[in-house]
Design a protein around this ligand. Structure first.
Ligand SMILES: Cc1cc2nc3c(=O)[nH]c(=O)nc-3n(C[C@H](O)[C@H](O)[C@H](O)COP(=O)(O)O)c2cc1C
Length: 353
């Protein structure tokens, strides 16, 4: 079944064109009137209309964030920023992928093309682009000001090897720059490939601990989330949670599952220099739900008090409810929201109905 909605991020255009001319579709039009939940919910001691929103990535700047707030997404993550400008990978950055059944966590090969069919899974490959802080800081501050009652911005950032004396220091520097915009909540992205090392940063526990402590020293008085990838086992992630207890306020999970997107001819669909890409959407919901269940279980077992943001494959009110039942304190949707800008309003009306 072809999706009939226009995504607010246009995969046929470059990242820069989306930044300049977006958002598109419903997000470019006036929002319908919002019927908020009668009861707000507590999220990190903040009163949020509904703990549902859009995770780091598709909301490129204040224009995207304003549209998302206007369409009832109450927790909006400003796209991951860096301490210095970094260009995006060239097109293609987003392709539809068609795994047979659910995607495994073992870098499956998947057919990729531009047929955006429901239930939708996509690969995204941008290389975490960023403008210089003199561009993104005033824009993030504008996004912070766009929040209405019961709505909050989360500022996502990551460190870059070579920008400071160490990656830890660069994460702390990025956190300080985000803090200056008055974003009330911080999120450090640790689930992108660790530069120079063939594994994700969040799997290097010594480094994660050092980074989290540097950030907390730099910005002691704001809640800090870490964006984590999928961990396949309770015992694997447990030592990390133990080490971070008291430093980190919560975890946002998951990012994407890695896959090998190929064309119908079997060639790398993102280009020869990018044989793998992160997959998100329908095919990874099982992994997001499993991670949330894992964290919720370990939170009780360790008597920890961290907050859990569940991400991965959410495209309906039933998916939102499934994540809440699994233990998520908040839920977010990237792929689902991009192709259905009415998703937050639909979830709200299903809860109110
Ligand atoms: C277009 C796009 C760009 C993304 N960029 C980022 C990013 O800059 N930082 C980050 O932490 N995650 C990024 N992500 C990952 C999402 O935050 C999310 O973890 C992932 O897409 C899974 O959610 P979904 O299944 O609802 O799409 C991006 C996702 C998409 C679709």
């Amino acid at each position: 079944m072809q999706t009939n909605l226009t995504p607010f991020y246009n995969p046929a255009l470059s990242y820069e064109e989306n930044y300049q001319y977006g958002p598109f579709g419903d997000f470019s039009r006036a929002a319908p009137s919002i019927e908020h939940n009668k009861q707000t919910e507590n999220f990190l001691n903040l009163q949020v209309n509904l703990p549902f929103g859009i995770p780091a990535g598709p909301l490129l700047n204040a224009n995207f964030i304003k549209a998302a707030f206007n369409h009832g997404f109450d927790l909006c993550v400003y796209k991951t920023v860096r301490t210095r400008a970094q260009a995006s990978h060239p097109l293609p950055n987003v392709l539809s992928v068609h795994p047979t059944g659910r995607l495994s966590a073992h870098t499956d090969t998947v057919l990729a093309d531009t047929n955006y069919t429901a239930p939708l899974s996509i690969t995204n490959s941008f290389g975490v682009p960023s403008f210089n802080p003199n561009i993104w800081q005033p824009d993030m501050a504008e996004a912070v000001n766009a929040a209405q009652k019961g709505q909050y911005i989360i500022g996502s950032f990551q460190g870059t090897c070579g920008n400071e004396s160490s990656i830890e220091k660069d994460y702390a520097c990025a956190a300080r720059l985000v803090d200056e915009t008055a974003a009330p909540i911080l999120e450090a992205n640790l689930s992108c490939p660790n530069e120079g090392v063939n594994k994700l940063l969040c799997f290097d526990f010594d480094k994660v601990e050092r980074i989290a402590k540097e950030i907390k020293n730099a910005v002691p008085d704001k809640p800090l989330f870490l964006k984590l990838a999928y961990f396949a086992d309770d015992d694997v992630i447990l030592p990390l949670l133990n080490r971070l207890d008291g430093t980190v306020d919560g975890y946002s999970t998951i990012n994407t599952l890695s896959a090998r997107p190929v064309t119908a001819n079997g060639e790398p669909a993102l280009g020869l220099d990018r044989p793998t890409g992160g997959v998100c959407g329908e095919a990874i919901r099982w992994a997001g739900l499993e991670m949330v269940e894992r964290l919720a279980r370990l939170r009780i077992r360790l008597n920890n008090h961290f907050v859990i943001i569940g991400v991965g494959g959410v495209s309906s009110a039933a998916h939102y409810q499934a994540y809440r039942l699994a233990g998520a304190d908040a839920v977010m949707s990237a792929t689902g929201a991009m192709w259905n800008p009415q998703l937050a309003l639909q979830i709200k009306s299903s809860l109110n109905g």
